[in-house]
Design a binder for this molecule. Structure first.
Ligand SMILES: *Cc1c(COP(=O)(O)O)cnc(C)c1O
Length: 392
């Protein structure tokens, strides 16, 4: 079946249990699906845009209220929607980073933070990870000291991934923010993997900015996300234009420079809003999600030679597994090579693992039911048994 031309219909979510590491938290709610049809046209949220002509002032649909609720949801004073978490990083880097500035990231930071810094001519400096792949407050303090000593400059920002993309480990944000603030370094909490799936309170964590990803963790279409700030910082990152043009003397009202005036003007925003009540509610059932993940993780651990490389017990649903000594051994002798594993999963209706992966791979069981989690766990065990791998 085709959507149009040679574009296939996508039916991964209908046909499979999808445990793709990056897709799990971005699946739309039914309400969002309806909203995206109704608001599918270009500038569809602009029908009732009135003075002062800015996205976050529109009352119909209730975009203004959504902005207030979004700020409250992440425990910050002000929030804006942005086209992806990366655009949130960029707005903050644009505001604070000057050419040549050292900017703190971590050994587990997402590449988009690096690009946001690089675009400003800043120099990313990584806080190393500690054993267990955790970023510790001590490592942060050591790195800050070293960078200040070496460059004579205090970094203008510290980017911290609340849960990292690589291991799905939860890092001690509160303690790291406390350290950074001793040096007056503002902290941006990258909640791409946390905002919208688990409770996140930026004020409680003591951070200056919270960034979330709509399509990663808020059941919204891409590209969407949120940038939230404390009031002291909001006036900086959400500063309004002061330009008066030379020939025509035009001014541009209260358009915000870093937001390029308005950001999400149609389907991305309205679908994000339509999912929001469900998103607010679902962060309250995070423990049940961890329970489902624990079930799958414990099944994997019963397969001889299989190692959960992520923090254990799991504090997030995104999980990294090393099966070099289990499924990869089978792959070496199998006629399908590494593809035997993902093809066995696929025939059981499970999708989302990189085809051919049998060494180190990631999965994310967020949003599936208990029964589906049991089925996924059973399937891993069955594939192991069928291929002669001992299961304890
Ligand atoms: C996915 C991801 C991002 C990028 O998010 P976008 O919303 O796609 O820009 C940033 N950081 C981490 C840790 C991620 O996992």
């Amino acid at each position: 079946m085709k959507c149009a031309g040679d574009i296939d219909v996508r039916d991964v979510e209908e046909a499979y249990i999808n445990i793709d590491p990056i897709q799990a938290g971005g699946r739309l709610t039914p309400g969002a699906m309806k909203a995206l049809i109704a608001y599918c046209d270009g500038y569809s949220v602009c029908d009732n845009c009135r003075k002062p002509n800015r996205l976050d002032y529109i009352q119909k649909p209730p975009i203004d209220r959504f902005h207030r609720e979004l700020a409250e949801f992440v425990g910050m004073d002000a929030a804006r929607v942005v086209p992806g978490a990366r655009r949130g990083f960029q707005a903050v880097a644009d505001t604070y980073v000057e050419k040549g500035d050292p900017v703190l990231i971590t050994a587990l930071s997402h590449y988009t933070e690096v690009l946001a810094i690089e675009a400003r001519g800043g120099v990313p400096r990584e806080i190393p990870r500690s054993p267990g792949n955790i970023i510790t407050p001590d490592a942060a303090a050591d790195k800050i000291e070293a960078v200040v000593r070496e460059t004579g400059k205090t970094p203008p920002l510290l980017f911290l991934d609340h849960v990292d993309y690589s291991y799905g480990n939860l890092h001690p944000a509160r303690e790291i923010a406390r350290v950074a603030h001793q040096y007056d370094i503002p902290v941006l909490l990258n909640g791409a993997y946390t905002v919208g799936v688990m409770p996140v309170d930026g004020k409680d964590l003591g951070v200056d900015f919270v960034v979330g990803s709509g399509h990663k963790s808020m059941a919204a279409p891409a590209p969407s996300g949120v940038l939230a700030a404390r009031s002291e910082r909001a006036s900086e990152v959400f500063r309004t234009t002061t330009t008066r043009t030379d020939v025509t003397s035009r001014t541009f009202g209260i358009k915000e420079v870093e937001m390029m005036g308005c950001t999400l003007m149609g389907v991305t925003l309205v679908a994000m809003m339509a999912s929001f009540p469900a998103v607010k509610e679902r962060v309250g059932t995070w423990d049940a999600e961890l329970g489902n993940t624990g079930l799958v993780v414990d099944a994997l651990r019963r397969i001889s030679g299989t190692v959960i490389v992520s923090q254990y017990p799991r504090q997030h649903t995104l999980t990294r597994v090393d099966t070099t000594q289990s499924f990869d051994r089978v792959a070496a002798a199998h006629r399908k090579k590494g593809f035997f594993f993902t093809s066995a999963l696929k025939s059981r209706g499970i999708a989302g693992i990189i085809p051919g992966a049998t060494r180190v791979w990631k999965f994310n069981c967020y949003g599936i039911t208990r029964a589906q989690a049991e089925y996924v766990a059973e399937s891993f065990l069955a594939i192991a048994r069928e291929n002669g791998i001992p299961v304890s």
